[in-house]
Design a protein around this ligand. Structure first.
Ligand SMILES: Nc1ncnc2c1ncn2[C@@H]1O[C@H](COP(=O)(O)OP(=O)(O)OP(=O)(O)O)[C@@H](O)[C@H]1O
Length: 257
């Protein structure tokens, strides 16, 4: 009889642990589906509820919140996994790029060449992937294709992405205001929340920017739509004016710091 009781104790603990694990898992999945901002707004509410539970005699509620707060670190790591990975990569000083310091005319010229290339390719529905390096060095994050090291001109970029060009597949890389590489392969995102209709060109742009602070411009071959991707987030269907604004804010402001 004692043995039976002992065994049922063991079973109860197992069911108990399984139940808590299941609830934490469902909670993490649910939180992952909400945005980080919503999560940050939720946290103070949970903390206030916890304080109220401490002051009252709501034991079951206290127990639930105790466990929730105990798992908070794990929950935050799951939710912010891409941001944490990117932060670790950025902290590594070996990866930091020496800043290119152009004057205003040089920097303006590069941005305008990029815009002219994007406008031309979007109009002709030529797919393109253009990566602009910022603080974090890209060379360890990409499979390098062909080394080029040339001035950034719209003609060069457009001719690289022409469908019969031998280096049209993959991405071109802009480093220190120069077009340094073409035909580069980028890591694809594993994020299950990326829109299903986005193919590998867009997923490569998202994947790279989850790991570093680069800015990626994507021209869709299918729709001619232009997107900008930063920090794993994609902004789609930008017109030329909007793209100019974004590039000035994200790239030129860094060059001219
Ligand atoms: N890992 C990668 N790194 C860089 N470029 C890639 C990668 N994977 C695919 N590409 C590029 O994307 C092209 C295929 O694009 P695909 O049609 O699958 O994507 P998409 O996001 O639907 O783009 P589009 O809207 O232009 O069709 C390939 O020919 C190649 O040039």
């Amino acid at each position: 009889m004692a043995e039976l009781l002992h065994r049922s104790d063991w079973l109860t603990h197992l069911v108990d642990i399984a139940l808590v694990a299941f609830l934490v898992y469902r909670l993490v999945i649910h939180l992952k589906e909400t945005t980080a901002i919503r999560l940050l707004l939720t946290l103070p509410i949970v903390l206030i509820a916890y304080l109220l539970a401490q002051l009252s005699d709501l034991r079951a509620f206290q127990w639930l919140l105790d466990n929730f707060l105990g798992s908070l670190v794990v929950i935050l790591v799951v939710i912010f996994q891409y941001d944490i990975r990117r932060a670790f990569l950025s902290f590594s000083r070996n990866h930091l790029v020496k800043r290119w310091e152009p004057d205003e005319d040089e920097s303006h010229a590069v941005i305008e060449e990029l815009l002219a290339a994007v406008e031309g390719m979007a109009g002709k529905r030529i797919g393109a992937l253009i990566v602009v390096e910022r603080e974090v060095a890209l060379d360890n994050l990409i499979a390098i294709g062909t080394e080029i090291d040339a001035k950034v001109t719209s003609e060069l970029i457009s001719s690289i992405f022409l469908p019969y060009s031998p280096i049209h597949d993959g991405a071109v890389i802009i480093q220190h205001g120069k077009l340094t590489k073409a035909g580069c392969f980028l890591p694809l995102t594993q994020n299950p929340e990326v829109a299903k209709e986005l193919g590998t060109r867009h997923r490569a742009a998202i994947g790279l920017t989850e790991l570093c602070d680069a800015v990626v411009i994507v021209v869709s071959e299918e729709s001619g739509g232009v997107s900008v991707v930063v920090s794993g987030r994609i902004t789609r269907d930008l017109d030329l004016q909007a793209l100019r604004k974004v590039l000035k804010r994200l790239i030129e402001s860094r060059w001219l710091q």
